[in-house]
Design a protein around this ligand. Structure first.
Ligand SMILES: NC(=O)c1ccc[n+]([C@@H]2O[C@H](COP(=O)([O-])OP(=O)(O)OC[C@H]3O[C@@H](n4cnc5c(N)ncnc54)[C@H](O)[C@@H]3O)[C@@H](O)[C@H]2O)c1
Length: 324
């Protein structure tokens, strides 16, 4: 069976800049191309030249409007890759359309306001398309292994989490909140937030945050993008440490040991350490293909809007607390 896939918003994450000749893959268009199940590709961008360029590069057709894309092309899956504040405006009418796809793969953050999220959940429950959200670390096997290691308490109870990040509490913080809630299968509680620095999003400063999750205290420190972009996470447990550096591209697991001097020290566990973010978008696309084949909703639950809602609620609580 071959499925039709449409991409709305043809910028960076859609594949506009990505080199399609190398194996590493971060974009939607390239991930669909790599999975043999998706036969035809359709594109739309409010800047038609972008849709044309991506269609030419990926081998597909550009459309003049979302309505035309839906009614003429009839995609089974739509990737929503427009900028953060446009997600809802694109998704809501699409979910109501007579030509709605079976599945929507929405970029993060799924939407920007609580009432929008309620509406999307309502449309999904009323039989609209199923929505999954590209909280990319959830789809990465190395991050999934860290979640399992933490769930087994292999390194003892978590004690302290420290994160350095850039790029706005809402825009980038959403990755951190989602990853922590995914790792610990619980809610991040926020005690205190203050301004760290600006971000390139006018109303989304990068915040310093203090809180807790499971038994660990949590601290996020904002860093100015003008210096450079950073996303490093350090999880210290009673009997070991997990260091996720370079946006999770590198993951090191260290275990407590007692040295010859009878001191408690950490030792790298090389078997559990290595690269992370190994083309997670390809895993997302493989999962969607499996869902389209067998219709098993359970496959999508860990990546769906209910999980995204838990993440967005923490982001919104944080924003409310910062503004009050
Ligand atoms: N999951 C991740 O790790 C990850 C990484 C990067 C970006 N993202 C998300 O992907 C989304 C896109 O980011 P990007 O970096 O590709 O942005 P971008 O600015 O490079 O591309 C966005 C494109 O969407 C188009 N667009 C905007 N509004 C539109 C509308 N209403 N209809 C049609 N086209 C519209 C723009 O013309 C532009 O071409 C953002 O929500 C971002 O947060 C996620």
């Amino acid at each position: 069976m071959s499925y039709r896939v449409a991409i709305i918003g043809c910028g960076m994450i859609a594949g506009y800049y990505e080199d399609f000749a190398v194996p590493a893959t971060y974009s939607h268009a390239k991930a669909y191309l790599r999975n043999g199940v998706f036969g035809e590709l359709g594109f739309y961008d409010r800047h038609p030249e972008r849709a044309e360029a991506l269609a030419a590069k990926a081998g597909g057709k550009a459309y003049d409007s979302i309505e035309e894309l839906l009614s003429s092309f009839r995609p089974d899956v739509v990737s929503v890759c427009v900028t953060d504040d446009e997600h809802f405006a694109v998704m809501e009418p699409m979910m109501r359309s007579a030509y709605a796809p079976r599945l929507i793969f929405a970029e993060k953050p799924v939407c920007t306001r609580r009432d929008e999220l309620e509406r999307l959940l309502e449309l999904q429950s009323a039989g609209g398309p199923v929505v999954i959200v590209n909280h990319s670390r959830r789809f990465d096997t190395a991050h999934q292994r860290i979640r399992e290691l933490l769930a087994r308490r292999e390194l003892g109870e978590p004690v302290r989490v420290h994160v350095d990040y850039y790029g706005g509490w809402r825009h980038m913080g959403v990755h951190i909140v989602d990853t922590l809630q995914f790792f610990f299968d619980g809610e991040l509680h926020i005690d205190r937030l203050d301004y760290a620095c600006g971000s390139k999003y006018v109303d989304d400063p990068t915040l310093n945050v203090e809180g807790s999750i499971a038994s660990a205290t949590v601290r996020l420190d904002g860093f100015l993008e003008d210096f450079y972009q950073i996303l490093d996470m350090n999880i210290m447990c009673e009997a070991g440490q997990i260091k996720l550096t370079d946006f999770g591209n590198r993951i090191d697991v260290l275990r407590k040991t007692v040295n010859a001097e009878h001191e408690n020290v950490l030792e790298l566990d090389a078997d559990c350490s290595g690269s992370g973010m190994n083309n997670p978008i390809c895993n997302a696309v493989d999962l969607m293909a499996e869902y389209l084949e067998n219709g098993d909703h359970c496959l999508l639950v860990p990546f769906g809007m209910e999980q995204a809602a838990k993440t967005m609620n923490v982001i919104w609580k944080g924003s409310d607390a910062y503004q009050s």
